[in-house]
Every structure is written in structure tokens, then in C-alpha cells.
Design a protein around this ligand. Structure first.
Ligand code: 6R9
Length: 573
């Protein structure tokens, strides 16, 4: 049974007519929003910060609200220009130049944002890392990219194996009482003393901006390189998908170690001149709802895993907070279960807009727009300027309602330009000429909506039927006892594969054979007999990445006693 669709939102939205915009779209037009259209001088940090600081009407607007359990600060666009100019001067004095790789390895804090944008101002390529990375993960990434500098903290510097990284020349430490010796520099003191006037380094549209390492199922993490002109897509999706307006207060919950935390936690909001909220520290329903309330957040970009945790915490928590300013909610990173959309609509009174993209695509590609109908469970439609399709394994386009390889016609501004030091991996995305093949499995319906099924490697073939893990997981989380679910195919001599589910229960439910059988029957009756998990394990938690993705390959490896592959991005606290 298909869930009811949710009608377009009323009100005034930046993208009014999707069809018309799609027909008339031209990336060259988007360029006119930037100063480099006339000057030819490009720098992301200029467009995100300096341009607003130079505008008398905008310079005193808050650019960054930062809070965690210890700090509570705000910075206007003028403040941000000052602080990022200072950071840029620190890097410049240390000899960092255009094209150098500067890694940022620190917990969320205002200094993280000063450092990232300051490094971009001198033309460096930034490499953000999750603070949870252990020494091996840090080393792999710095070594592969021959990083010249890293900005880190007293607590984390022990995980930077400086002596094993010959290319690494400077280790900036943010913190108190930093002793400057060897390659170590005291970031805080240098920042305090640095001049507030910086001569920004102009670059070309195609010069490197950011290097995000992303893990595949095998081998080393891949260094995905994006360039400055990606800003066209960050800006335009910020406008049309996030629906950002000048007076919005926007909160993207992602950490900058994940591409969502840079493309949509730094670039998109500031390119659009919007007030950006950053919350440090760990997740709790109280801290998150408190953040939405405290800043009167209007636009909120989060992820299914967080939304499922909020739903698991029960609907009473939300009643203690005033979320009346919230007007637009979005999600990314994992399939958004229809049940979560339904729940969100009930408790927030708002639609949750799913968006699909990848580290490699650099920005949103397929999404639900405020002015289009939402079909819960669907990722939505391609953004204007992007052409998507479902291809068979020979590269032919499939008709509607057939599951296949989700692909996009090349190219778009925020498309990766290379995999650092690995041309072969890069070429692997383009086996069909003219297409970027995502590695995701999906189908398109007759209305042009895309429906995610799973990673291609995760699709299950049971008794000759292809089953996407997502549809089974979505049915599982509709069961009142189920908080989260991960589904894999387990080899079976008779059926090829059987469906095995790993389930985390909601608060207040206990494991029992009756409950497991009840869940099984629920999927059987609600979806189809062949999709009902034949095996089910109850777990306290499912293995997840730091960006909240359920790691099905790890479930499979555990189940089958196979190597787990790279686990550096696994959330293991
Ligand atoms: C931005 C980001 C990319 C992979 C992607 C897909 C999954 C992301 C999704 C989604 C279903 C969505 N994914 N968004 N699956 N629905 N809305 O997540 O980048 O970390 O590189 O992951 O995440 O499998 O291929 P990244």
C-alpha cells in the first residue's frame, strides 16, 4: 500500500515553477550572482564571507551562532571576515601557498570555521577530518594527499604521526599553553596577533578547494577533490532546495568531516548570506530541540539517523520546546523511511524533504522541492541543470519502474574533478561514456520521482526476486517496537540469498521470540511474503558511519565472517 502523498507547501518559495526552471536552466546564468562573473577573480571565501562584510546592509548580521556545553558565541559577517583574514595571515606567514593541502582535525568550534575559510583565502585545499579519527586514519589521509599543514588541538595532536609524514611542515595547535617546537605552532596566539588585513589569493574557477576522503567497501579511502566553481551549485541548491532567504536562521547538523557539513554547513548558507547555526558536542534530543528553540531556527537540514533517534525518544520530548519558527526541514545521507516522514508531519506539522547526493557529486542532485508533491519514501526529482536516469548493466536507459543503476549525465559544477592520486578509481565512475554512475540502485516512477533501493552491492536476490534492503528496512521501522533496522542478503543454498534483519528496539521494548515473530509477520503482511526476514538479530545498536549511515557491509562481514574493509569512518563511541 502506497502512503499518501503530501501536497506542495503553500507560501512564497524561491523556486516557484520546477518544470519551467528545468527547461530554461543554464549554469552560466547562476554565475551572475557572483562578483567573479565580472572581475574574473575567484575565491569561495570571498563570496561566502568578504562580499557580505563589504555590504553595509549585511556586515552586522550574525553569520555564525556557535554553542556547545561550554561556549556560546556569535560572529557577524564583519567578525567572520576579520577572523578568517587573521587565520589566512597565520597560514601565509607560515608559508602556505595556493594548492597546498591543509587539514583540519578538530572538534566543531568557531576556530574550525576560521581555519577552514582562512586556508581557502590563501588558495589552499582544505581537508576536513572527523575528530574521532584514530592515528591510522589520519596518517592514510595526510600521506595520500601529501598534506603540508594540519590544524588540530592539544587533545588530538597525539594522533598525528608527525615523524612519519615527511611532507607535513606545520602542525598548528589550537589550545592553551602550546609549546612551539619542531613543527608545532600555537594557532591561538598566532591568530590573536595576526593582522586583520589580508590580501586574498585569487584563484581560477577550476582550482582545488576541498578534499573529502570517503570510504568505499574495499581499499583505502578515496580523496574526492572539488574546485571553487562548485559554489554555483552550493549557492543554487541553497536557494532552491534549502529555500534560503536573507533572514533565515539555518542549522545543518552535520560535522564538517562529512561533505554535508562543508557543502551545506559552510558554503551554501554563507554564499546565500544566511545566519548559520553550529552546535558542538554530542547528540541528545534535549540539546537538539533546545538548539532549534534557542536560535529560532527556520530551516533545518539533518539526517534520517538523527530523525529516527528523535522519533525513538518519544513524542513527549518535543512538546517541551517552542519550534514555531521552523518552516522547512530536509534530510540527507540515508534513505528517509516513509514512516519518518509521516512521524515528522505529525509532530512538527511539516514535511521532511529528502535530498540525495554523494561526496563525489559535491552538492544536492535529486531532491524534494517545497513546491512539489512529496511522495514519502522517494528521493524526489533531479535539480534543474542535472539530468538523471536509471541504466541497465550495459549502460542503456531503463523505462520507468525498473530497478537499475542510478546515473547522471556529466557534468555539473560541484562534480568531483579527481580522486587524489588514483586515476583508476576516478575512471571507474565513468564506464558508460557521458554518464556518472553512482553505485546506488534505484528506479524512477512514471511521474519522474526517484526511489532509492540500496547500494548496488547491497541489493538482495532471494528466490529470483530482487529486493532493495531499504524497502524492507522501511517496513520494519513502521513496526511500533522497531527504532532502526539494517537488512542484508545471507547466502542460502535454496533461495540464493535470504533476508536477514538486524534490529534495534525502541525504548521500552524487550527482545523475545514472540516480538521477533510479530515483526516478521508485520513485514510479510505489509510488504510481501518473500521480503519478510527469515532471520532476525536484535542489537542494542547498529554499526554506523559518523555521518549516520547503517553499514550493511559490516553487518554482512560479521554475519559471514568476512573482512570488514576500512572501518575508519565507523562511529564506535
Ligand atoms: C551526502 C552524502 C553517499 C551515499 C549515496 C547513497 C546514500 C545519501 C541519500 C542516500 C538514500 C538519500 N545516500 N543520501 N540514500 N536516500 N537521500 O551522504 O554523501 O557520505 O558520500 O554518501 O549515501 O547510498 O551513494 P556520502
Amino acid at each position: 500500500m502506497e502512503m499518501q502523498t503530501l501536497s506542495p507547501k503553500g507560501g512564497d518559495h524561491n523556486l516557484k515553477d520546477y518544470e519551467k526552471a528545468t527547461q530554461q536552466f543554464d549554469w552560466a546564468e547562476v554565475e551572475k550572482n557572483f562578483s567573479f562573473y565580472e572581475t574574473g577573480k575567484v575565491n569561495m571565501a570571498y563570496e561566502a564571507i568578504d562580499r557580505h562584510a563589504e555590504n553595509a546592509d549585511k556586515k552586522d548580521q550574525v553569520a555564525l551562532y556557535y554553542s556547545d556545553d561550554h561556549r556560546d558565541e556569535s560572529y557577524t559577517f564583519a567578525d567572520m571576515k576579520k577572523m578568517t583574514d587573521k587565520a589566512a595571515n597565520v597560514f601565509k606567514e607560515a608559508g602556505i601557498e595556493k594548492g597546498d593541502r591543509v587539514f583540519i582535525f578538530m572538534p566543531r568550534s568557531p576556530e574550525l570555521y576560521f581555519a577552514a575559510l582562512g586556508a581557502i583565502k590563501v588558495g589552499a585545499i582544505i581537508g576536513p577530518l572527523f575528530e574521532a579519527f584514530m592515528e591510522g586514519a589520519v596518517k592514510d589521509r595526510l600521506q595520500n594527499s601529501e598534506a603540508k599543514a594540519i590544524v588540530t588541538t592539544n587533545d588530538l595532536v597525539g594522533r598525528v604521526p608527525v615523524s612519519e609524514l615527511p611532507a607535513l611542515e606545520q602542525v598548528f595547535i589550537q589550545g592553551d599553553d602550546v609549546k612551539e617546537e619542531g613543527k608545532t605552532l600555537d594557532f591561538k596566539t598566532h591568530l590573536e596577533r595576526a593582522s586583520e588585513n589580508h590580501d586574498i589569493t585569487w584563484v581560477d574557477r577550476e582550482d582545488g578547494l576541498i578534499l573529502h576522503y570517503t570510504s568505499g567497501s574495499t581499499g583505502m579511502p578515496k580523496g574526492v577533490l572539488h574546485v571553487h566553481v562548485a559554489m554555483l551549485q552550493h549557492y543554487q541548491t541553497g536557494k532552491w532546495v534549502l529555500d534560503l532567504k536573507e533572514d533565515d536562521v539555518y542549522w545543518c547538523t552535520a560535522d564538517p568531516g562529512w561533505v554535508t557539513g562543508t557543502s551545506y554547513g559552510i558554503f551554501a548558507p554563507w554564499l546565500n548570506g544566511v545566519t548559520n547555526v553550529v552546535r558542538g558536542g554530542r547528540f541528545s534530543p534535549e540539546a537538539w530541540y533546545g538548539t532549534l528553540e534557542k536560535y529560532n531556527v527556520t530551516v533545518w537540514y539533518s539526517a534520517p539517523t538523527a530523525l529516527r533517534m528523535l522519533a525513538s525518544a518519544g513524542d513527549d520530548v518535543v512538546k517541551n520546546y517552542d519550534l514555531s519558527n521552523l518552516r522547512h526541514i530536509l534530510s540527507v545521507g540515508e534513505p528517509l523511511n516513509p514512516e519518518v516522514v509521516r512521524w515528522g508531519h505529525e509532530v512538527y506539522g511539516l514535511r521532511i524533504h529528502d535530498s540525495w547526493w554523494m561526496t563525489e557529486t559535491g552538492a544536492i542532485m535529486i531532491t524534494n522541492f517545497p513546491t512539489l508533491t512529496v511522495k514519502p519514501g522517494s528521493m524526489g526529482k533531479p535539480i534543474p541543470g542535472v539530468e538523471a536516469a536509471i541504466l541497465d548493466d550495459q549502460g542503456n536507459e531503463l523505462p520507468p519502474n525498473r530497478m537499475g543503476n542510478l546515473a547522471m549525465k556529466t557534468s555539473w559544477p560541484s562534480m568531483m574533478r579527481s580522486i587524489w592520486n588514483n586515476e583508476e578509481k576516478y575512471n571507474g565512475y565513468f564506464e558508460f561514456p557521458g554518464w556518472y554512475v553512482s553505485g546506488d540502485s534505484a528506479y524512477k516512477d512514471e511521474d519522474g520521482y526517484y526511489w532509492f533501493q540500496g547500494r548496488v552491492d547491497d541489493v538482495i536476490v532471494t528466490s529470483g526476486e530482487r529486493v532493495g534492503p531499504f524497502e524492507v528496512e522501511s517496513k520494519l521501522v513502521e513496526h511500533p517496537a522497531v527504532g532502526e533496522a539494517g537488512v542484508i542478503g545471507k547466502p542460502d543454498p535454496v533461495r540464493g540469498e535470504i533476508i536477514k534483519a538486524f534490529v534495534a528496539l525502541k525504548e521500552g521494548y524487550e527482545e523475545s521470540d514472540e516480538l521477533k515473530e510479530d515483526i516478521r509477520v508485520f513485514v510479510k503482511n505489509g510488504l510481501a511474503a518473500h521480503t519478510a526476514p527469515r532471520e532476525m538479530d536484535i542489537r542494542d545498536q547498529l554499526p554506523k558511519t559518523r555521518s549516520g549511515k547503517i553499514m550493511r557491509r559490516v553487518l554482512k562481514a560479521w554475519e559471514l565472517d568476512l573482512p570488514t574493509g576500512d572501518l575508519s569512518t565507523m562511529d564506535d563511541d
